[in-house]
Design a protein around this ligand. Structure first.
Ligand SMILES: NC(=O)c1ccc[n+]([C@@H]2O[C@H](COP(=O)([O-])OP(=O)(O)OC[C@H]3O[C@@H](n4cnc5c(N)ncnc54)[C@H](O)[C@@H]3O)[C@@H](O)[C@H]2O)c1
Length: 327
């Protein structure tokens, strides 16, 4: 008789419960480990006969499983990663990989001889709009990129142990680095602690790439409106990826954006068009991709090297921010 194979999900709160739905869609048998003994109440009508809930991590060793998805709050990621690395499992950990960059250095070292998959939840890699942007970049759609920036604003979810930078900016950094394919330097970073003395609620990170291409990311969880705009200013086309729009309007561009008139540049705003993209469920595709990388032993896009760059930049940004705060 074959033993039932499971996948472990650590943390089934706001985001973990969405991951749980995707795992069920993918016909996985799931063991949920959550510190909250009442978690089943949140998940009530989603739980099926192939789901087990445990509230003591050591109990999971009674079951057969190869992989884990970690969606606990960021401050616990390090201890959960270490736990599952010791058991030699395929690991998917939600962003931010860890809050403390020294923990990421430790994990990177431990992963050198690790034979299993290690993937970080930088979900934008699996969003069809962003995949289209990468395709357009390969086709030289933008021409020379002159500037690239992003704003990610919303009201909440306010986190107490994690800065806005770790919470929101990994998404934008993973997109910017994938497009620019080189490492920028952080030229400046500012931010404000408004609700507590502990964590920043908003921040602007300024970066410079080689060839003097500048870039910035604005993140803010104390915004009265939601905005998720990613902008590429190229000399051939300017593009806006607005993730708050419906699928027909997510990718807007202006062809030949600038023309010269009366001794100054004018924006060719009459030439606005939209790019057709097929709708996808990025989270479902991301989890599917993790299962496939684990099965076929492929190195995921959002591997430890990508993460080391992203969180290294965030670490530099936070250091600059703290210096600026003292001024
Ligand atoms: N990729 C994305 O777009 C995205 C979106 C939202 C959240 N996230 C990430 O998902 C993770 C979870 O965020 P969330 O919004 O679901 O948080 P949440 O607070 O809603 O849920 C966390 C869950 O983990 C449980 N938990 C707390 N401490 C635990 C521990 N030590 N061991 C086991 N379980 C524990 C809690 O009981 C809760 O059920 C975070 O890393 C967050 O950044 C990613």
């Amino acid at each position: 008789m074959s033993v039932k194979k499971y996948i472990v999900l650590v943390g089934a709160g706001y985001w973990g419960s969405k991951i749980f739905e995707k795992l069920l869609k993918l016909k996985q048998n799931v063991i949920i480990f959550d510190k909250d003994i009442n978690i089943h109440k949140n998940l009530k009508n989603k739980i099926n006969s192939n789901t087990i809930i445990v509230n003591n991590l050591n109990k999971i060793n009674n079951f057969d499983f190869d992989s884990v998805v970690i969606s606990s709050p960021a401050q616990f990621h390090f201890e959960h990663i270490k736990f599952f690395m010791k058991l030699n499992k395929n690991i998917f950990v939600e962003k931010p990989l860890c809050i403390n960059f020294n923990h990421i250095k430790y994990i990177k070292k431990k992963l050198i001889n690790y034979k299993k998959t290690f993937m970080v939840g930088h979900i934008m890699h699996h969003h069809n709009a962003f995949k289209k942007i990468l395709y357009l970049k390969r086709k030289n759609f933008f021409g020379k990129i002159l500037y690239i920036y992003s704003s990610r604003l919303s009201f909440g979810k306010l986190r107490k142990h994690e800065n806005i930078l770790s919470s929101f900016a990994p998404h934008d950094l993973s997109m910017i680095l994938s497009i620019m394919k080189s490492k920028p330097t952080i030229t400046n970073c500012s931010g404000s602690k408004i609700l507590s003395k502990k964590v920043y609620d908003n921040s602007i990170i300024n970066m410079k790439f080689k060839n003097k291409i500048n870039s910035h990311i604005f993140v803010n969880w104390l915004s009265p409106f939601k905005e998720q705009k990613f902008v590429i200013v190229g000399n051939k086309n300017m593009l806006v990826f607005d993730d708050t729009q419906d699928w027909n309007n997510k990718l807007m561009f202006i062809k030949k954006p600038l023309f010269y008139q009366n001794k100054s540049y004018v924006l060719n705003s009459k030439k606005i068009s939209y790019i057709k993209i097929n709708k996808n469920d990025a989270l479902l595709d991301e989890i599917k991709y993790f299962l496939s990388c684990s099965k076929y032993k492929k190195k995921p896009i959002s591997n430890i090297d990508e993460s080391f760059q992203i969180y290294g930049l965030l670490d530099q940004a936070i250091k600059k921010l703290k210096i600026n705060e003292k001024k």
